[in-house]
Design a protein around this ligand. Structure first.
Ligand code: SF4
Length: 365
């Protein structure tokens, strides 16, 4: 088996003691690699298109690239997508992939059917250090960051899953809400977003990409200034005391400080900050909690996505009754807070919010 490099920055391992995974490279790194092989830089554009627009997985198959470049490239580089170790399809059409990574770790990614397109929910870390009490990923603890190629590989797997089946609806939206806290893998995340935007590549617009964070002080405003994506805040508690109980990692940034940071977050005209709020029965779903939430967000241009929790084996939380959820939502609406209430999809295959585990189980490595 070929050895691989766990992060980009191929300059560190020139002259090629091990193989470079081409999807781990930025466009400029690819260009530098091609120049180092005595080829003109414009060849990088051709190779890039093969990687991202044609889903090429074999350097030898890049037929409009010169034979000599293909031969030299194949000596130093390879193309490795995450391997689909398991695929589960929900009654509602949601598809969950268990993806095996080359070092034996695994993550999950979810493809969600919407009315006229698909959305992919992507992971950014193997496990997570934030320790949210309601989350299956949090129970795993932190294993490691995903590389840009591994994050982007999820998009490639999802996109070609649909194309190979002749699915008429396209993968149009990406949400980084799977396993891991995206802002704790910030450099790799930014490289991933830049690759997603590349016009000769997958060409996703920033409006189609949402990063969901529990709140990491050192990168929050940088992400906003980058203009690379929309933001969603995983809030789930209206007070610092409750956040410390159910989101101990996130609560290290006190709620008043998080709100003050968000007040500075650069928004486009008419744009609002999105807050995700999982409703947990008897924990954060009372009318008084809703009033606290209104007070907390009163200074911000905000909208709230309420999500009914899906019970997860091994965790003590339950979804509230429809009546409690309705009362919570009505309290927000009565105070003028824009609110939606939804059930996350894929609950029957443990693909809903908070249910991703990424465990290989009986699949071996
Ligand atoms: S909810 Fe998100 S931040 Fe919290 S433990 Fe799970 S993956 Fe990590």
């Amino acid at each position: 088996m070929q050895k691989r490099v766990p992060s980009p920055g191929f300059a560190l391992y020139f002259p090629y003691p091990i193989m470079t995974n081409l999807i781990d490279l930025t466009f400029h790194e690819l260009e530098a690699l091609i120049i180092s092989l005595d080829e003109p830089p414009y060849r990088a554009r051709q190779v890039w298109q093969w990687l991202w627009q044609k889903g090429c997985r074999d350097v030898a198959a890049m037929t409009d690239v010169s034979k000599s470049l293909r031969a030299r490239l194949a000596e130093v580089a390879t193309i490795i997508w995450p391997k689909v170790a398991r695929e589960q399809v929900s009654a509602d059409g949601t598809v969950k992939f268990l993806l095996a990574l080359p070092d034996g770790e695994a993550v999950e990614c979810v493809l969600i059917p919407e009315r006229d397109h698909y959305t992919a929910c992507l992971s950014t870390q193997v496990g997570c250090a934030m320790g949210c009490a309601f989350c299956a990923t949090g129970m795993l603890g932190f294993r490691r960051n995903m590389t840009p190629g591994e994050m982007l590989g999820q998009v490639l797997v999802a996109r070609w899953y649909l194309l190979d089946r002749g699915e008429p609806l396209l993968l149009r939206n990406l949400v980084f809400m799977g396993m891991g806290e995206p802002l704790l893998n910030y450099e790799n995340l930014v490289q991933t977003l830049e690759a997603l935007h590349h016009p000769q590549g997958l060409d996703f617009s920033s409006r189609r990409i949402t990063i969901s964070t529990a709140g990491v002080e050192r990168h929050l405003l940088d992400l906003g200034r980058s203009g690379l994506c929309s933001l969603a805040i995983s809030l789930h508690a209206p007070t610092q005391a409750l956040r410390e109980t159910i989101m101990p990692g996130a609560a290290r940034l006190p709620l008043p400080e998080l709100i003050a940071l968000l007040a500075q977050y650069p928004l486009k005209p008419r744009e609002r900050l999105t807050f995700e709020y999982l409703l947990l029965d008897g924990v954060n779903d009372s009318v008084e909690d809703a009033r606290e939430l209104v007070r907390l967000l009163s200074r911000l241009k905000a909208k709230v996505n309420l999500i009914a929790y899906n019970a997860t084996p091994g965790l003590p939380y339950r979804p509230p009754s429809p009546e409690r959820m309705f009362a919570f939502q009505e309290t927000l609406k009565a105070k003028g807070l824009t609110t939606t209430l939804r059930k996350s999809k894929g609950a029957d295959i443990a693909a809903a919010c908070g249910q991703l585990r990424g465990e290989c189980g009986d699949l071996g490595d």
